[in-house]
Design a protein around this ligand. Sequence first.
Ligand code: BGC
Length: 830
Amino acid sequence: MPPLDVEAILRGLSLQEKIALLSGVDNWHTKPIPRYGIPSIRVSDGPNGIRGTKMFNGSPAACLPCGTALAATWDTALIQRGGELQADEAVAKGVSVILGPTVNTQRSPLGGRGFESFSEDPVLSGAMAAATVAGIQSRGVSATIKHFVCNDQEHERMKQDSRVSQRALREIYALPFQIALRDAKPWALMTSYNRVNGVHASEDPYLLKEVLRGEWSFDGMVMSDWGGTYSTAEAIKAGLDLEMPGPSFMRGSLVNHAVACGKLHEDDIDACVRRILEFTDKLLPLGIPSNAPEQTVDTKETAALLRQVASASIVLLKNQNKVLPFAKEKSTCVIGPNAKIAAYSGGGSASLPPYYAVTPVDGIAAVSTGRVDHAVGCVADNKPALITNIIPQLSMAVYDAPPSNPARRKVDDMTIREANLYFYDYHPPLPSSHCGAWYIDFAGTLRPDATGEYLFSLSVAGTARLFVDGALVVDAATHQTPEGTFFGFGTGEIYGRVRLEKDKDYAVTVEWGSLATSPMQTHGAESMTGGGIRIGCARQLDVDEEIQRAVALARQADQVAVVAGLNADWESEGFDRGALGLPGAQNLLIRAVLAANHNTAVVLQSGTPVAMPWIAAAPAVLQAWYGGNETGRAIADVLFGDANPSAKLPLTFPARLEDTPAFLSFGAERGRTLYGEDVFVGYRFYEKAGRDVLFPFGHGLSYTEFAVDALCVDASEADDHLRVSLCVQNTGTRGGAYVAQVYVSQRQPSIARPVKELKGFGKVFLGPGERQTLTVPMSLKYATSFWDEQKKSWAMEKDTFDVFVGGSSADEKMLTSFFVVSETRWWNGL
Ligand code: BGC
């Protein structure tokens, strides 16, 4: 496709054509104008894989581990390769723009999208964002760093006001974006849903004009989050180029009106259109035509890279008595609610149907040469697992009217293999004259493998009723309570119980009505979605019986892995977690198994920290996150030592929720969220307040040992560099990797600063006995400065700065040195 002559096109476009370019045409495409060779550009989530054009019943994808897992690798080269992989997947699906990476900050471990973001530390987060962007854009595909800024909770995400000091905004929340811009120049940025200090980020001239385009010289395209454009003239004037999705809510004829009354000038529109055209022009060399077909590229190479990234992300938190690695020839018992499900991703827009997903039991069975047994022990959830675990496929018939109308017409049907469905981008083939609700009948046959009481559940955006053999079991139509599911439009779980006999066939049917039928008052962009439904079903387990069964198996085994944790029902876009604890009877189960067999490793899957009240009794613990398609194989690689763990925590694991910095101010009250902990986020708080934690930031063990020495620090104000080098030796008998974490601390700052702050890091792979020099290059001004609110600038003060280098923020054997800054300097920009 020939390049666009942006200025000539701008001169030729009519005002109406320009206005049309300012918003998407549908959920995932921009507006084409063929007469000028402007194609429709396809965008897709992001941030850990490419879903393509369908949120409902989409085509399968490669799924990388979640954001926190990627950051846990502390390996920018590997994460860059992950970015390349995403770009290749994108091109196959006709996608030119990836909606990721997510670069928000875990103020609290409870944030619903905490799993999507990288780290509580802005330098680690910025480095991971830059590596991802560099990987994606090296293939000519655009990354979109999101959500700018302070979108750190899901509670009231569209309307709440993140009240944050300028200092915390700059030093913690905006810094990852700043670093990514400095190091990798993303071509696009997505604004957040929320307000920041009173103004919605998507129409804030301070954030978008002054900071982003002014100080940081960002010359890419700015798009809104989906349904996150809330004004016409203000947003355009602030430089929000593209409203997504389409068709437009806030633009179209409203822009005409704003021009007519002089709230907008054509120049304001031209500025946005120019950036949209320049952005489009950058993507043309990809050669992706409008409406390109969606293809998948599920290759061996993809699987190998996904496995490598996933195993590099698993953190060995504890390993007393060298319980790990397990021996392959010994008998292994795999216990726990996450053992036989593949918790590959968190929920919300980051989730996608994977090509395949390996469960921990399958991963372990594939590696072990000894006997492998399994017991569930307990369920992770107070709500039953998806019904598709026991009825693998359901028929789905779509109608124009409810079942009570005998004249209703079937307009579509299909078979589905998922039971958590969001009809965001599915539009039934109804005539344009049809307005309002539409209906679906789901049906399947359930043949129980055990007699007992079965718990059915429905959570719905819309209305639904579930019947077994024609008898009503769950009524999710009459009484509904909003609970933030389905991106804020859905109810909590509504339950019903039935006793079922083993090996008998039961007809399960669900009658669903779209969002328009819901009796619930929801506020938001209702027209963006048809609604959704989650259908759950599981046999009711007797907790004591199941735990006893697991304990009996554990006693007989040589070694035991308890695979516990959370899943996409707990960690998701749309709502925050309510507690730090493991749900269900998992703590009881873990304690019982630990008492039964001392050769037990607890494997935790969660995107953010969970409490571990049994930690003293657990000899070995792995933090395995949500590991993508290869999650089960990666867990097996680390458990049996095929991969030597080298990951480090990108988040502090606190002992109690009450200890966390945002404990008193997480979640909105009366429309505002006070970022009261200021710059003391994560380890910056725990260290300053002298609070004990469960596992500190940067912690992670290995199956080998390392020795470090010969620290050298070279700082130059003239060249703006801080170069730290050290010698690392692998003193053990296995190959492994060491992560050198460089922390800097100002001796006598003029304002309160954290005890120390991460300013750079480097990872080195060493064979047994091998020794190497590792150099970590940094910018001196970034390594020393704080944000001076009075000067509205970064301040690098004349002072002595200590340097601490170690394998964790709490490393007892840190190498130390210092450097001196001779002159105070204020600076702005990148
Ligand atoms: C999310 C974005 C996402 C968009 C499109 C929104 O709900 O906040 O991160 O890119 O949906 O799926």
